[in-house]
Design a protein around this ligand. Structure first.
Ligand code: 5RP
Ligand code: FE2
Length: 227
């Protein structure tokens, strides 16, 4: 199992103080910044784009920026995010006419590619492309909004994807996104996730360091050997 990554979703941060919020959450022990891009087309919400990613880099953020593109069509925006300083770029297969090509586009732009599975997207979408990926992002809510409840069937799906990743023999991260909280992260970790997105659970209360520490402790208890 790869080392645990906690990736706070800035969707739930105070956008009026975004640089400060990101500094604070990283100082509180977060590993990555999860950056949700919504286009009011693929999902019924509109958020932030490459300008904001680049502004965070200019502000001095050096942590990995984990860009989750909920944008259709996706290809045209990949280069803009690579230039803006994205580290990882994940996209939904439904938003690409040629999934393999989009993965190559992300890698050629110098970023790590991830494929996102919605709650109703079958795991077979990973057939033929898993070996090309650095990350599988499994949605445990329908994309578009923060603060939704974790969909329990995501646990079985995590186990199924974990098996495929282990069988591949490659260091592919398994990230879970949506409704992750200190009281369910242990079960999520036990099902095979190593990378945890949490928005409202972290930014929704004042002690970011306390929540992150609790999450790490729950993961460590569920996955002996994880840190
Ligand atoms: O991709 C997302 C929504 O589409 C967000 O990353 C996700 O919902 C995180 O927020 P929360 O932890 O509050 O559920
Ligand atoms: Fe996300």
């Amino acid at each position: 199992m790869l080392p645990t990554v906690i990736a706070p979703s800035i969707l739930s941060a105070d956008f009026a103080r975004l640089g400060e919020e990101v500094d604070t959450v990283l100082a509180a022990g977060a590993d990555w910044v999860h950056f949700d891009v919504m286009d009011n087309h693929y999902v019924p919400n509109l958020t932030i784009g490459p300008l904001v990613c680049s502004a965070l880099r200019k502000h001095g953020v050096t942590a990995p920026i984990d860009v989750h593109l909920m944008v259709s069509p996706v290809d045209r925006i990949v280069g803009d995010f690579a230039e803006a300083g994205a580290t990882l770029i994940s996209f939904h297969p439904e938003a690409s006419s040629h999934v393999h090509r989009t993965i190559q586009l992300i890698r050629a732009a110098g970023c790590k590619p991830g494929l996102v599975l919605n709650p109703a997207t079958p795991v077979e979408v990973l057939d033929y492309v898993l070996d090309e990926l650095d990350l599988v992002l499994l949605m445990s809510v329908n994309p578009g909004f923060g603060g939704q409840a974790f969909i329990p069937s995501a646990l079985d799906k995590l186990r199924a994807v974990r098996k495929r990743i282990d069988a591949s023999g490659r260091d592919i991260r398994l990230e879970v996104d949506g409704g992750v909280k200190p009281d369910n992260i242990g079960a999520i970790a036990a099902a095979g996730a190593d990378t945890f997105v949490a928005g409202s659970a972290i930014f929704g209360q004042p002690d970011y360091a306390g929540v992150i520490a609790r999450m790490r402790a729950e993961v460590a208890a569920a996955q002996p050997g994880a840190c």
